[in-house]
Design a protein around this ligand. Structure first.
Ligand code: SAM
Length: 345
């Protein structure tokens, strides 16, 4: 194992430290892009270790910046590393790493939000969905403003087996603001339980690996950071379309402190709201006096099924969107108010 650890740490030739790189290339973190860099190799190693064994695997790193995590990935001997970075200022530094990587690394300038990974890995890495996860890993420390909407987008891609999930149950290791990471793993009855907990846990096994204190980053963010690993489940607990589950869960959590039926009623238009809400809970055999954070995913599943049965009777109900309807009503109310003002003037 000594030989192995020597091999692991010797893979990259000696390079200037990330700190020197930042100085040499005059790379300043741009606050408006929420850039915070990790310079401590022990921490970048720890993030990569949290992903699991990546030796001989293909890895995609999202948002590599000056390349701290990138180096730790290369040191662990993947067969291929593709990095996707939006800020072109980092291209020369990443090219330097690419040159040192023995042709194992490739730099792509692009926006990970719209990036399609369905063809970037080797064909022979593809696995059946029901098999073990493929030897493919996605790793990244992105700005929080990107990582949270991105995980929602990727959960949907997983549910449809698209993007990186066309290769099977590809695992993700990502960083989030600590509070968000804790919500992702929050169990029922916990104060942090929310829509994100149900959505993440419905499609994945979610593991909160460890916390990195904010002070480890340069510049220091206001918050601490969670490292979270996601492994897609063979069978989601609620085997229904992503958008449908999201709608039901979002509405139910719409009134966090109230009885959960209050939120569920908003799935339906005002005149039939009370009646259909009651019917939905009765069909699902769920106690309407529970609070949203007390509902198990199984109960959410039964509520989603009940919602479908009711909407199947009148499919127009599927289209009803409480928020849009409220906005529309408010819009008309405002117009009316403006008209009234004009009349009164
Ligand atoms: N991973 C590096 C580290 O840990 O030191 C940099 C972290 S910094 C918080 C986030 C990086 O993600 C920046 O380099 C930023 O330019 C990049 N980034 C932000 N949004 C991105 C996007 N939509 N697509 C690709 N990269 C993005």
């Amino acid at each position: 194992s000594v030989a192995r650890s020597v091999q692991e740490t010797m893979r990259l030739p000696p390079l200037p430290t990330i700190k020197d790189i930042l100085r040499l290339y005059r790379l300043r973190a741009l606050r408006q892009l929420s850039q915070n860099f990790l310079l401590d190799q022990r921490l970048t190693d720890k993030i990569v270790k949290a992903a699991g064994n990546i030796r001989n695997s293909e890895v995609c790193e999202v948002g590599p910046g000056p390349g701290g995590i990138t180096r730790s990935i290369l040191n662990r001997g993947p067969s291929q590393l593709i990095v996707i970075e939006k800020d072109r200022r980092f291209k020369p530094v990443l090219d330097l790493l690419e040159e040192s990587s023995n042709q194992c690394m490739k730099v792509i300038l692009g926006d990970v939000m719209n990036f399609d990974m369905s063809k970037i890995f080797s064909e022979n890495k593809r696995q059946e969905w029901e098999d073990c996860p493929p030897h493919i890993h996605i790793i990244g420390n992105l700005p929080f403003s990107v990582s949270t909407p991105l995980i929602i987008r990727w959960l949907q891609a997983m549910s449809e087996r698209k993007n990186a999930w066309s290769y099977g149950r590809t695992r993700l290791t990502l960083t989030f603001q600590k509070e968000v990471g804790e919500r992702m793993v929050a169990d029922i009855m916990s104060a942090q339980r929310c829509r994100l907990s149900v959505m993440c846990q419905n499609w994945c096994t979610v593991e909160h690996k460890f916390i990195i204190p904010g002070r480890a980053f340069i510049p220091k963010p206001e918050v601490d950071v969670s490292v979270v690993r996601f492994t897609p489940l063979v069978q989601p607990q609620i085997p229904l379309p992503f958008k449908l589950v999201e709608k039901v869960v979002r509405n139910i959590f719409g009134f966090r402190q109230k009885y959960s039926i209050r939120g569920a009623e908003t799935l339906f238009p005002v005149p039939v709201r009370k009646q259909l809400g009651k019917e939905m809970y009765s069909l699902a055999d769920v106690n309407p006096l529970t609070r949203p954070f007390q509902l198990t995913i199984e109960e959410f599943g039964r509520l989603c099924q009940a919602y479908c049965s009711i909407c199947d009777r009148d499919p127009r109900l599927y289209k009803y969107n409480h928020r849009a309807a409220t906005e529309e009503r408010e819009h008309f109310d405002n117009l009316y108010d403006e008209e009234q003002d004009l009349i009164e003037d």
